[in-house]
Ligand binder design. Structure first.
Ligand code: ATP
Ligand code: FE
Length: 330
């Protein structure tokens, strides 16, 4: 069994996963405090991780019905993310591994989002490579070819904002709280997605994408409507904006499926929790793996999943590990 720790942003996460990918526990402690600032404050995030990490790890072990005696390996997110936040999880993992004499596997957070698809969910077998994968999160958005369990090749990526950022910034323009994605999805529920024709970056060639024009289009639409009318048409604005993000992503996925001949698609990252996106991609006519919402947003089970297929570093070798704030995609 693997015990995994993830502290790359504002959620303190720990999970226990078996060697064949079954999630025994997946504890996520969210730091509600950042809502007041409209975004994550790095220093506050680190302090909260420090206060909560031990309790979250204990909780994950308890819920899995094991003690540290039953754990054979530790996995931890090494980067990318907020460096102070990452260091709390990394130091915790190193200390546990050193004291217990256990191997430690450092995991890339984005490989973690991909690896959420490798987990066994109920009766469903793990989704095995090769597949095309769309990762759309708060800091990254890219399409990748996943040939095996150990990495991925990027086929296209956002040229500016991540899809999650587009959700968060759009939500802010509409006066919705942070994080914007789930709030905007809720606000859009009774709106007409065709009410406003927002741009879907159709002109961006190949498999890259862009969200900057979309954000500006929403800003202008709100300004042109005027305060009162914008309030009255709040649901339509939200639904149309969400529709544009979903289409921007879906059109690239369709293009990539056509160009690569891939017949299997997986998704991951916080935006993969979005209902309309899940529905849109599920109707593409290929085998689509849509992980449960709690495995799309940040969690430690996905970090364990990535570690399942990698060796652990022996005690001594892992003490020198350092966190990295930006990844190869930055
Ligand atoms: P990264 O993984 O790139 O380092 P992150 O870890 O901060 O970034 P995630 O936790 O994977 O990002 O995703 C958070 C993002 O997902 C936020 O931008 C949030 O608004 C978005 N999100 C969460 N739920 C939904 C939803 N239902 N609809 C749309 N977006 C959503
Ligand atoms: Fe993430």
């Amino acid at each position: 069994m693997i015990l995994a720790i993830e502290t790359s942003c504002d959620d303190t996460c720990a999970a226990v996963v078996t060697a064949d990918g079954e999630v025994r526990s997946n504890v996520i402690s969210s730091q509600g405090i950042h809502d007041a600032y409209g975004g994550v404050v790095p220093e506050i995030a680190s302090r909260h991780h420090l206060e909560r990490c031990t309790a979250v790890v204990d909780d994950a072990l308890r819920r899995a019905g094991v003690t540290l005696d039953g754990i054979e390996r530790i996995a931890v997110t090494q980067g990318p993310g907020l460096v102070g936040a990452l260091l709390v999880g990394l130091c915790h993992a190193k200390a546990l591994a050193a004291v217990r004499g256990l191997p430690l596997t450092p995991v890339d957070h984005l490989q973690g989002h991909v690896a959420a698809n490798f987990l066994r969910i109920g009766d469903r077998e793990p989704f095995a490579p090769p597949f095309l994968c769309l990762i759309a999160s708060g800091g990254h958005t890219f399409l990748a070819h996943v040939a095996d369990h150990d990495g991925f090749t990027v086929l296209g990526r956002t040229l500016d904002d991540a899809a999650g950022e587009a959700f968060d910034k759009g939500a802010r323009l509409l006066g919705l709280p942070f994080p914007g994605g789930p709030h905007l999805q809720r606000a859009a529920q009774d709106g007409d997605p065709g009410a406003f024709a927002f741009p879907t970056a159709a002109k961006v060639a190949g498999l890259d994408l862009s969200f900057s024009g979309l954000k500006t289009a929403l800003l202008y639409a709100v300004r042109d409507l005027g305060e009162e009318e914008a309030r009255r048409r709040h649901a339509d604005l939200a639904a149309s904006y969400q529709h544009a993000i979903v289409e921007t992503l879906a059109v690239r996925v369709e293009r990539a499926l056509r160009e690569t001949g891939a017949t299997r698609l997986a998704i991951g990252g916080g935006v993969a929790a979005n209902g309309p996106l899940r529905e849109r991609l599920s109707a593409l006519g290929v085998a689509v793996n849509v992980p449960p919402v709690e495995l799309c947003t940040d969690n430690a089970a996905m970090i364990a999943a990535a570690a399942l297929h990698r060796p652990g570093l022996p005690v001594g070798a892992h003490l020198a590990l350092d966190a990295y704030p930006t990844g190869t995609l930055a």
